[in-house]
Design a protein around this ligand. Structure first.
Ligand code: HEM
Length: 183
């Protein structure tokens, strides 16, 4: 096992890998928390679970922005030329949309919570509201949040299917994002 912090031409570095798997795990938990909390009846338990969802969502948004910043200065390894052109194009489009939804899903949640007058705190630290309390706007942001989250979940299904396909073909693409295997 030998991994560099920088990306190389052939594989992702440890920082990109760490951010990838951390964001992946957190999105997974976040989907579960959102579905669970969002469907609880109005109660203290609902508020408690929602506050976990909001706090984790803000941390996730910060991590995704950090990831995008890291990526801007450390180009990912190019997809090898042996892959068909349409597959490289598909990967590019799915990755771009994933990043867009990873920003828009938490942002819409934050806008919804703000407009609904639900305060957001991360370990006691009060996060500012993005907009004034406004029930009409809250309803619109709620629907926007659900739509972005559904789009995000659909993209994740496509992304995982693509990764599995590479793993089954043993073409070395999957191991570029795994810390323990070198190709
Ligand atoms: C990647 C990040 C996020 C994901 C994947 C996510 C996912 C979800 C899901 C699956 C639901 C359930 C929707 C439903 O009721 O059908 C939900 C609801 C909710 N989310 Fe998020 N969320 C994220 C970020 C955030 C953030 C950052 C906030 C606020 C700061 C937030 C606030 C809420 C609130 C308040 C609800 C409850 C909606 C309701 O009243 O039913 N979310 N979220």
């Amino acid at each position: 096992m030998h991994t560099h912090s920088e990306n190389s031409a052939a594989r992702y570095g440890i920082v990109a890998q760490l951010l990838h798997w951390l964001v992946a795990a957190m999105v997974f938990v976040q989907l579960g928390l959102g579905i669970y909390a969002g469907n609880l009846p109005v109660s203290l338990a609902r508020l408690k679970w929602l506050s976990w969802h909001k706090a984790l969502g803000i941390i996730l948004l910060a991590l995704v922005l950090l990831r995008l910043a890291w990526r801007a200065f450390h180009s990912p390894p190019a997809l090898p030329a042996f892959l068909p052109r349409h597959e490289r194009l598909l990967a590019l489009v799915v990755h771009a949309l994933l990043y867009a939804m990873l920003v828009l899903a938490p942002l819409s949640g934050w806008l919804y919570a703000s407009a609904a007058g639900l305060s957001v705190t991360v370990r006691g630290l009060r996060i500012r509201n993005l907009v004034e309390r406004n029930p009409g706007l809250a309803a619109a942001f709620h629907d926007t949040h659900v739509i972005f989250v559904v789009v995000l979940a659909s993209l994740i299904v496509l992304h995982v299917a693509g990764a599995l396909r590479h793993a089954l073909r043993h073409d070395g693409i999957m191991s570029r994002m795994l810390p323990w295997r070198r190709t």
